[in-house]
Design a protein around this ligand. Structure first.
Ligand code: SAH
Ligand code: SF4
Ligand code: F3S
Length: 428
């Protein structure tokens, strides 16, 4: 028996898919890259923007003919989009050939649901919150691992659907996380990424996120400890000192700013100002001079003026982000921003995102050029004809074929750049 899985959305979804793969393997299924060969097809979905949903519905629609030819093939639509209000009705009406719709709270029940379908039933369950057991995760590469530390989100940014489809914040026990990371490092993993919609909200009794990082940093291994995503409001001095004083914590941080104008930030319910964000970045750079900062930016939030967009550009110029993930505002039904007046037209949104991307390209190219001539410790994440390594500040370095082995740390000299990418050579 074979399964085919396609994952949309963020790292949390990628990690959830590893849990689903673990479950399917326990159920006796083998993975196939060919949807035609599959007995079970799983789409693990995202609904953060309309564009994500459109793509997924396109992929579901494309399976209609195959399902007709192979009615015993079990088609499952799971994850965030399945938890969204209205999805079940839409699938029942327009995609009735889907067998299982299972929200974020039901992922651990996938095998059970597959059995229901084999007995001739359909499953429609949009529940949120509960989760796949940690021990089921199927990780393949042996070098980089995701570890989930907090589920859900309580921030309720006015544009965002995540709190509705992922439920309330719930932190995993401190000891469980330390144990899982310790086991992974023991097995030879070299890069651990702690996951949560807002990792800085982590709390277990008296321990906060910085305490967790300190405990993991102290494990007797040489590795890179990453985490995402951080919310600027919860990224304080204790975090900054923790990074500065650590040996294994990555010198990269993903700190979504979203917008530069205070009025827009307030409408978004982000709870910080441009000044607060810039001052956090300043303190961080002071204590960790080589920190690389990446961000998410949204353009065209309702009522955003041209001047307010220029405030966003100003933050981009001042901070000098290593990378920006930029999006145009997409109204999500059920969120406060979807009902706001003053929607920005598509051509304006497109123009703003284009300006932003162009500005960032110049910055990223300059940042890359500044690395030329420097020697830094890198971790090999891909070996072969195409060999890639990562710097401690999470930048990718292209190396000559077979220069390093997967999972190996080595000193690499940056000898050249290609746009914003780094080209390196091993230091013998
Ligand atoms: N928890 C993270 C990321 C959430 S989703 C955070 O707090 O930043 C990833 C990104 O998608 C967000 O940072 C935001 O920039 C973008 N996003 C979320 N909702 C959106 C919407 N309705 N329209 C466009 N972009 C959106
Ligand atoms: Fe969405 Fe805001 Fe929560 Fe991030 S912090 S997941 S943007 S509500
Ligand atoms: Fe998308 Fe869900 Fe992640 S909506 S961004 S997959 S938490």
């Amino acid at each position: 028996m074979f399964y085919y899985i396609d994952t949309f959305g963020c790292q949390m979804n990628v990690h959830d898919s590893q849990g689903l793969e673990g479950l399917l393997a326990m159920g006796g299924y083998q993975k196939t890259e060919s949807v035609e060969q599959a007995d079970v097809v799983v789409f693990n979905t995202c609904c953060v923007r309309q564009s994500a949903e459109n793509r997924i519905y396109g992929n579901i629609g494309a399976l209609k003919i195959l399902k007709k030819q192979k009615p015993e093939m079990i088609l499952c639509v799971v994850g965030c989009m399945a938890s969204k209000t209205g999805t079940i009705a839409k699938i029942q009406k327009s995609y009735p050939f889907v067998d299982i719709v299972l929200g974020t709270g039901g992922l651990g029940r996938l095998l059970e649901c597959i059995n229901f379908v084999k007995q001739g039933q359909k499953v429609y369950d949009n529940s949120v919150e509960s989760r796949v057991q940690e021990d089921y995760y199927l990780r393949e590469n042996g070098v980089s691992a995701y570890v989930s530390i907090i589920q859900g989100c309580d921030k309720f940014c006015t544009y965002c659907i995540v709190p509705y489809v992922r439920g309330r914040e719930s932190s995993r026990p401190f000891e469980d996380i330390v144990q899982e990371c310790s086991n992974l490092l023991q097995k030879g993993y070299k890069e651990i990424t702690l996951l949560g919609q807002n990792v800085n909200s982590y709390r277990d009794q008296t321990n906060d996120f910085a305490d967790l990082l300190r405990a993991l940093d102290a494990l007797p291994f040489h590795f890179i400890l990453k985490y995402m995503t951080s919310h600027p409001i919860d990224f304080g001095d204790k975090m900054i000192d923790t990074i500065a004083e650590s040996k294994n914590i990555s010198h990269s941080v993903h700190l979504p700013v979203q917008a530069g104008a205070d009025r827009i930030l307030q409408l978004m319910n982000r709870k910080y100002t441009k000044e607060h964000y810039l001052s956090s970045v300043k303190r961080l750079r002071h204590k960790v001079p080589d920190i690389s900062i990446t961000t998410d930016i949204m353009v065209g939030f309702p009522t955003e003026t041209h001047e307010e967009f220029l405030d966003t550009l100003d933050v981009v110029r001042q901070v000098q982000f290593s990378n920006i993930f930029s999006f145009v505002f997409s109204p999500r039904e059920g969120t406060p921003a979807a009902k706001m007046e003053g929607k920005i037209d598509l051509p304006t949104k497109r123009e703003r995102i284009k300006t932003l991307i162009q500005e960032q390209e110049i910055i990223a190219t300059n940042i890359a050029k500044q690395a030329v001539g420097k020697t830094m410790e890198c971790l090999c994440t891909q070996s072969g004809e195409k060999t890639l390594a990562k710097t401690r500040d999470d930048r990718v370095v292209m190396l000559p074929a077979h220069a390093m082995q997967m999972g190996e740390f080595a000193q690499v000299k940056i000898v050249d750049t290609k746009n914003s990418s780094l080209i390196g050579q091993l230091v013998k």
